[in-house]
Design a protein around this ligand. Structure first.
Ligand SMILES: CC(C)(COP(=O)(O)OP(=O)(O)OC[C@H]1O[C@@H](n2cnc3c(N)ncnc32)[C@H](O)[C@@H]1OP(=O)(O)O)[C@@H](O)C(=O)NCCC(=O)NCCS
Length: 142
């Protein structure tokens, strides 16, 4: 399993994922597709806001037949890695289910919570992870 950056939207083969990339991409966003044995399984839409040392995950979407196989984890890890490499101190997202028959907002927030995200009391659905502490821990251990 791996993920690759989308250089051109038309390079995404899966029609549903391509449509989500087309609708979700903005100037400044970067898009990534997760592959299982070369088959497209999910996508990540990410943006780096250098002025605020902030990374933002707009969307993580895993195709239904590939869920609970670790693809979501892979894409979230990819977002964290890019954010860290870009010098972000915080990674933020809005946990709002895009498939309510499969997962509700509360379960989604719990899922992000298990990945170290904490809820933002002032923003319903808003969650963030402090990446600066990961630098410190890594630095101390290293
Ligand atoms: C929410 C979502 C992104 C999660 O993606 P996913 O690929 O199913 O997530 P993962 O497989 O990485 O993790 C889900 C659980 O599956 C289990 N799991 C992980 N790897 C597994 C494996 N190899 N085999 C079996 N189960 C596994 C784990 O219990 C995991 O939960 P945990 O990481 O808290 O322990 C996915 O359900 C989705 O796309 N939903 C619809 C779109 C949506 O609402 N996106 C959120 C927008 S903010």
């Amino acid at each position: 399993m791996n993920s690759v950056e989308v250089e051109e939207t038309h390079a995404v083969n899966h029609p549903f994922l391509r449509d989500r990339v087309e609708k979700g991409k903005r100037p400044g966003t970067r898009e990534f597709v997760a592959l299982i044995d070369g088959v497209e399984a999910g996508l990540l839409i990410f943006e780096h806001f250098p002025n605020n040392s902030l990374g933002f995950v707009y969307e993580i979407y895993v195709l239904e037949k590939f869920r609970a196989m670790g693809v979501g984890n892979l894409l979230l890890s990819r977002a964290e890695t890019i954010a860290l490499d870009s010098g972000c101190k915080t990674l933020r997202l809005t946990a709002r289910s895009l498939d309510r028959e499969f997962i509700d907002d509360e379960s989604l927030m719990s899922w992000y919570g298990r990945k170290g995200f904490i809820r933002d009391a002032s923003d319903p659905g808003g969650m963030q992870k402090n990446l600066a502490s990961e630098f410190t821990i890594g630095g101390q251990l290293g």
